[in-house]
Structure formats: structure tokens, C-alpha cells
Ligand binder design. Structure first.
Ligand code: CDM
Ligand code: ATP
Length: 289
């Protein structure tokens, strides 16, 4: 039996670090929203005893035990005690890695839900969050895959209403950011600018971007701007472009991808402007799901 899925990405609208857990992970208060940019995940359940086989179009994505899908496969069979089945996965990547767009975590979550569903959902949602959050902190968000206020290390989800109709233009530079480094950099930050998560949620509900855009802050970006030369340079280029075009740019998650909101009527002009100015970047128009 073959299941074909679109494993979508996310962007963060505001990200505050509010503490540290005993296991060294940071406690967060942030908003995450699913977007239309997606990988294609094809899962072929062979219905015989065996193991997992992953193929992908991207050479820098591991296909063995380091792939997040393999980790989820292992966790699922450990938790259920079921006999491992031969499953062949073809992962057509479209979401860039180390971008802050949740690509790997999304793949893990969509694979988990498909595997769980195949066996008649032996693992309930809360338990699924529990066993996947250490595999990837963003997996719980993608298990639900709805606009959410996300707290804890990423496991406490509160669904929120999103009425923003604007499109999103993603600008991904040709370098990545390691999430571990982004969190380490945060520790060096003295005076932080906090996102106002309540105001962001109000603005998403009202659907009025002006109500929320000034409250979008990202502690991880602020930490990276202390010393990550790539991000510092990139941010400067975006600020120059932003001044000319009256646009605001925001970093998603731990970066390196930034995004800006754009109304439908001038999207082509803005897209062309960004595409020509920001050479070497991947520029994608997408929408909230
Ligand atoms: C930045 C976010 O993407 C927000 O959306 C997530 O917090 C990070 O999610 P992620 O990239 O899936 O991160 P993981 O691969 O689970 O963890 C990578 C590393 O980031 C650090 N990490 C991650 C999540 C978290 N709440 N606190 C952390 O300190 C830990 O050192 C962890 O070993
Ligand atoms: N299914 C997968 N897709 C992409 N990368 C994967 C996958 N499995 C493991 N990886 C490895 O994990 C690293 C992080 O992948 P990615 O950045 O897409 O995941 P993420 O942590 O969920 O997203 P991000 O931190 O960018 O928001 C990649 O550089 C890659 O080496």
C-alpha cells in the first residue's frame, strides 16, 4: 500500500526563550504556522517483515539511521512492540535544511502519523508528542500542523486562529545555521527584545498585519546577530532592501531563512525586486496553510 503526502514547512511569528529545562533544552514561547512550501513523501508499506529504506533527491540528507524518519520508525516500533515491517520511503525534498523551516521535523511528524494510522492509531496524540519531542523539538507542532502558540521545548501546543491573508516571500541565503549554535549564541545575549506573543495572536485573529508586525521579535536571531558573520551581513542587505521597498524582514526559527509579508496586488513586483537584489538566495512565494 502506497501513501503519498505533502510534508509542509512552518514559519515562526515571534520566538521568546523564557527559561531552560533540566535536560539543557530551552523553554520557549512562540507562534508557529504551517506554510505551503512542502516536501513530497511517498511511503510504500510492503506488508512483510523487514526494515525501513529511504531514498531522497538531496545528497546532503542522510538516508540511514540519522534521517529523522528512521528515528521515528525506531521509536514507533519500540513504543508499540509491533514487529518491524518493510517500508520504502521516497522523500522528494523541497524545504531547505538548516533554514528554520522545520523540514526534517515535518518529515518525521508526517511519517509518524502515516505509520500510526496504518496500524489503527495505537499511540494517542499526547503519547506521540511525548515520544517524538526529543527526536525533533518541532515534531509535536507538525503532528497537529495547525497555527499554534508553542511552549515548553516545543511540546505544549495551543491552537490559534489565523486570518492573515497576505502571502509570504521566503528568502533563504546559500548558507545554513545550526540550531545548536543558535541556542548557544543566545546565552551571550544581554539585553533582549521580546516578542509580544499576545499581541501577535491578537493580530493573527484580526487578520491585520499592522496589528502584529511590530511585535515580531526572535531571540535566536538576536543571539546570532552578535557574532554570526553570515547572518549579520545578510540582515544588513535585507535592511537596505527593506528601506527602498518599505518592507520588514523576519527570521524564522533558528534561521537562516527570512521572510516578508506581501499583499496580493504587488507580489510579482516585490518578488522580482527581491530576486534581483538578493543574488545567491532562494526566493519562494508561499502562503499560510
Ligand atoms: C528553533 C526551533 O525550530 C523553533 O521552532 C526549535 O526550537 C528547534 O527545533 P529543531 O531544529 O527540531 O531542534 P532539534 O533538532 O530538536 O534540537 C537541536 C538542538 O537545539 C537545542 N534546542 C532545541 C530545542 C529547544 N527547545 N531547546 C534547545 O536548546 C538543543 O541543543 C538540541 O540538541
Ligand atoms: N528528513 C530529513 N530532511 C532534511 N534533513 C534531515 C532529515 N533527516 C535528517 N536530516 C538532517 O537534519 C539536519 C536538519 O534538518 P532540517 O534543518 O530540515 O530539520 P529541522 O531541524 O526540522 O528544521 P530547522 O532546524 O531548519 O527548522 C539536516 O541538515 C540533515 O542533515
Amino acid at each position: 500500500m502506497i501513501v503519498e503526502l505533502k510534508s509542509n514547512a512552518k514559519i515562526n511569528l515571534g520566538l521568546n526563550i523564557v527559561g531552560k529545562a533540566e535536560n539543557g533544552y530551552h523553554l520557549l514561547d512562540m507562534v508557529m504556522v504551517p506554510i505551503s512550501l512542502a516536501d513530497n513523501l511517498s511511503i510504500d508499506f510492503k506488508e512483510i517483515k523487514g526494515n525501513l529504506k529511504i531514498e531522497t533527491n538531496m545528497k546532503d540528507v542522510p538516508v540511514g539511521k540519522d534521517n529523522i524518519i528512521s528515528k521515528v520508525y525506531k521509536e514507533f516500533y519500540r513504543e508499540t512492540g509491533l514487529e518491524k515491517q518493510m517500508i520504502e520511503v521516497y522523500l522528494k525534498k523541497n524545504i531547505p535544511s538548516q533554514a528554520g523551516l522545520g523540514g526534517g521535523s515535518s518529515n518525521g511528524a508526517f511519517f509518524f502519523n502515516a505509520l500510526n494510522k496504518y496500524y489503527g492509531n495505537p499511540i494517542n496524540f499526547q503519547r506521540a508528542v511525548e515520544i517524538t519531542k526529543e527526536v525533533g523539538a518541532d515534531i509535536p507542532f507538525f503532528l497537529l500542523n495547525k497555527p499554534s502558540r508553542v511552549e515548553g521545548i516545543g511540546e505544549n501546543l495551543g491552537v490559534i486562529e489565523n486570518n492573515i491573508k497576505d502571502k509570504i516571500i521566503l528568502i533563504k541565503p546559500d548558507f545554513g545555521v545550526s540550531t545548536v549554535v543558535a541556542y548557544k549564541n543566545y546565552a551571550k545575549l544581554e539585553d533582549k527584545k521580546d516578542a509580544d506573543i499576545d499581541k501577535i495572536i491578537e493580530g493573527m485573529k484580526s487578520g491585520n498585519l499592522d496589528d502584529l508586525e511590530n511585535y515580531l521579535e526572535n531571540h535566536l536571531e538576536q543571539g546570532l546577530l552578535l557574532e554570526d558573520k553570515n547572518i549579520i551581513e545578510f540582515r544588513k542587505k535585507l535592511e537596505k532592501l527593506g528601506k527602498n521597498q518599505d518592507m520588514k524582514f523576519h527570521m524564522s526559527g533558528s534561521g537562516s531563512c527570512y521572510y516578508t509579508f506581501v499583499g496580493k496586488d504587488n507580489i510579482d513586483q516585490i518578488y522580482d525586486e527581491i530576486k534581483t537584489t538578493m543574488e545567491g538566495c532562494r526566493v519562494e512565494i508561499c502562503s499560510f496553510l
